[in-house]
Write a protein of this length. Structure first.
Length: 676
């Protein structure tokens, strides 16, 4: 096996003579995998039922002759205009009732049986024709499900939603109970009175909203599954579809078991200083979705994108540095959107591996360099690909909680992902590898599990978390957790509820965030933060924008709030639990300390959990250090050079790593002695 390298290849945008040059350049650039036909439906089926595969045969044969493998897309991501003309009801409708038009892409209603049938018919023909093609390495179903249209509010979707609800609840009484329709005269007498949560006068029913989120994710998954069924009937080549990092509309925990290999599209913004740690979190999610198995970076940009307000180019070396961040965190493939930068259409100003300026360009030179390096890293006896990233800490991630906590009329206005990111960043900046887990999953591999803002918690989830702590694990529960059950009914008798109340030795009486900022006084500045005091956060610190009244029953208070009505009240607590004795325990954190304080808190938690931090191999925070298999990756994201302290050979330069000076964006991949 080799590390995959390549990108989306759209030869139909170019004259035939360019294709041969493409293959020659791909060989020069070290490309070994091309994603073909992602947006080719209109070309493959120019008229209903009339297929034109000749050109695609030529593309696959040309690539094959050049030794390049193919990730063949099913081409169903963008239906041809004739589908909407024949079946206007396949066009999706927004929550405001606007029917979206053709002329862009992804203009299909996910619940439309007409769309699904046409898609399946095309996939059948593709499988018939290409299942046995020697270049075929991977099936790429559709593209970025839900990227533009993740929810449809049309009549067809409404009927499918009712069917989904009937299957979930059985009777309309049960739906009324789950949705709490005694409130605001929302009682339904029959399923056919129920609709998707389209634009409405005021707050829409929260459980209706949540169920529509779940339904919409499931409908997209059903589209994927329908294509997969067709492929599996005629091919045993592995199947993927490209995920989009932390993509709110689609519950990837549910999706991940349906793909043979997890693949991801990530476009960090070079102008955002937090892009690097945020991208690290995305890569860790991709590894976690596949249970630790290697995954593919299916798309990234060679340099600038064309869809931000300002499209910063990647700094020299940054594409390479971020690519290695993916490899370090478990990727066995680095691919781009797209191979040759388009000359026409909406994405002509999005960078390509072969830029408008051709090969005498920085972007091409960097593409060529990385391709050569990855080929060397895949060489005989190196053993990088397939290796795993060991991790003793995990963060619980939950789409229901993400959807529900960000609904209007929720207790916090905190963005779910920001809370997760704060914890991930704090833990990784200590040099730890961090996985994501489901709260009801197997937690036994971890010494510590953090459950921040896990707002929606089923009985199974709270029981699993509590059992983990009682069994000797270190459980950290952040504010906003276990407030409601899976129907969004409040867990009564004090927030947190049993069994977490017993495990953590605390409960929450009331939320009390600092008042919203007075925009006139602050000139539109930041929301005021609460103060914190406690050794565990390094003395006095800022506690971020959240606070609550914590009632301690059986726990040690490690930090208190300062200032205001909560002065002196508990903010961070810990109860030693179960078999773990001194190292196990249940922590409760009633706020989100500012980054430095959170990092100190994270250090105290992992110390108490008996997790040994790795020896720093460089001074300062600029170097990202990740251990994968028998390799340590060191990536310098800073502005100045940094020297390494690490024995072993750097596979990229062949030099001894100890004392090696890493330039900004510099990378070392060091083979180290390993005991596991
Ligand atoms: C992705 C998409 C690609 C391309 C790319 C541009 O979302 O899958 O087709 O549009 O973005 O950044």
């Amino acid at each position: 096996m080799t590390i995959r390298y390549g990108g989306d290849y759209n030869p139909e945008q170019w004259p035939r003579e360019v294709w041969d040059e493409d293959v020659t350049l791909m060989q020069r650039g070290g490309v070994n995998l091309a994603t073909v036909a992602v947006f080719s439906w209109a070309r493959l089926e120019p008229r209903p039922g009339e297929y034109d595969f000749g050109w695609l045969d030529d593309v696959l044969d040309t690539l094959h002759a050049g030794g390049i493998r193919v990730d063949l897309a099913t081409a169903t991501a963008s239906p041809p205009p004739w589908l909407a003309k024949l079946h206007p009801e396949t066009l999706p409708v927004t929550e405001d009732g606007v029917r979206l038009a053709v002329g862009s892409r992804q203009q299909y209603c996910p619940s439309s049986p007409v769309y699904r049938e046409h898609a399946k018919r095309l996939v059948e023909r593709m499988v018939e024709r290409y299942a046995g093609h020697p270049a075929l390495e991977l099936w790429h179903v559709n593209n970025e499900y839900g990227c533009h249209v993740s929810r449809c509010y049309c009549e067809v979707s409404a009927a499918a939603f009712r069917g989904w609800l009937e299957a979930r609840y059985g009777t309309v009484e049960e739906l009324n109970r789950a949705w709490g329709t005694a409130f605001w005269s929302q009682r339904y007498d029959a399923f056919d009175e129920v609709s998707p949560p389209s634009a409405a006068p005021s707050f829409r029913n929260p459980t209706q909203l949540l169920d529509f989120d779940r339904f919409s994710s499931d409908e997209l998954l059903a589209c994927y599954d329908a294509e997969v069924e067709v492929i599996r009937a005629g091919s045993d080549v592995p199947i993927t579809t490209n995920f989009m990092g932390f993509f709110k509309p689609v519950d990837y925990w549910k999706w991940a078991p349906h793909v043979d290999v997890v693949s991801d599209d990530t476009y960090p913004d070079p102008a955002d200083p937090l892009s690097t740690p945020y991208a690290a979190m995305v890569r860790d999610l991709m590894r976690s979705l596949g249970g630790g198995a290697p995954w593919l970076l299916m798309e990234q940009s060679p340099s600038a994108v064309n869809w931000r307000e300002r499209n910063a180019a990647k700094a020299p070396g940054q594409m390479r540095a971020w690519s290695y961040q993916s490899v370090a965190r478990g990727a066995d493939g680095i691919l781009f959107f797209q191979w040759r930068q388009s000359a026409a259409g909406s994405e002509k100003f999005h960078s390509g591996m072969v830029p408008h300026g051709g090969t005498d360009t920085r972007v091409w030179r960097e593409i060529e360099q990385l391709g050569g390096e990855l080929a060397r890293l895949s060489g005989e006896g190196v053993g990088l690909e397939g290796s795993r990233v060991p991790s003793s800490v995990a963060i619980a991630l939950d789409w229901d909680s993400w959807w529900a906590i960000e609904q209007p009329a929720s207790p916090t206005s905190v963005a779910y992902l920001e809370v997760l990111f704060a914890w991930h960043h704090a833990l990784t900046s200590l040099g730890l590898a961090v996985d994501f887990v489901r709260a009801d999953g197997d937690l036994s591999a971890y010494r510590a599990v953090v459950a921040p803002a896990h707002f929606v918690a089923s009985d199974a989830q709270v029981a699993n978390l509590a059992a983990y702590a009682e069994g000797g694990g270190t459980l950290v529960v952040g504010f906003g957790t276990a407030i409601v059950d899976e129907h969004l009914h409040v867990r009564l008798g004090g927030y947190l509820g049993e069994p977490l109340r017993r495990t953590l030795g605390v409960w929450v009486e009331e939320f009390d965030p600092p008042a919203a900022p007075d925009l006139r006084a602050t000139g539109g500045g930041e929301a005021p933060a609460v103060g914190l005091d406690g050794d565990v956060v390094g003395g006095s610190a800022s506690g971020g924008t959240w606070a609550e009244v914590v009632r301690v029953e059986d726990a040690e208070v490690l930090a208190t709030f300062t200032g205001g009505a909560l002065a002196g009240a508990p903010a961070i607590t810990r109860r030693a639990t179960g078999r773990g004795g001194a190292s196990g325990g249940g922590w409760y954190v009633a706020t989100l300390p500012e980054p430095d304080a959170l990092r100190r808190l994270a250090a105290a938690i992992v110390d108490a959990a008996g997790i040994e931090l790795p020896e720093p191999i460089a001074d300062g925070d600029a170097v990202e250090v990740v251990r994968r298999g028998g390799f340590v990756f060191a990536i310098n994201h800073g502005a100045g050079p940094v020297s390494l302290r690490l024995a072993g050979a750097d596979l990229l330069t062949g030099s001894e790593a100890d004392g090696l000076e890493l330039a900004p964006q510099g990378v070392a991949v060091v083979a180290v002695e390993t005991t596991d």
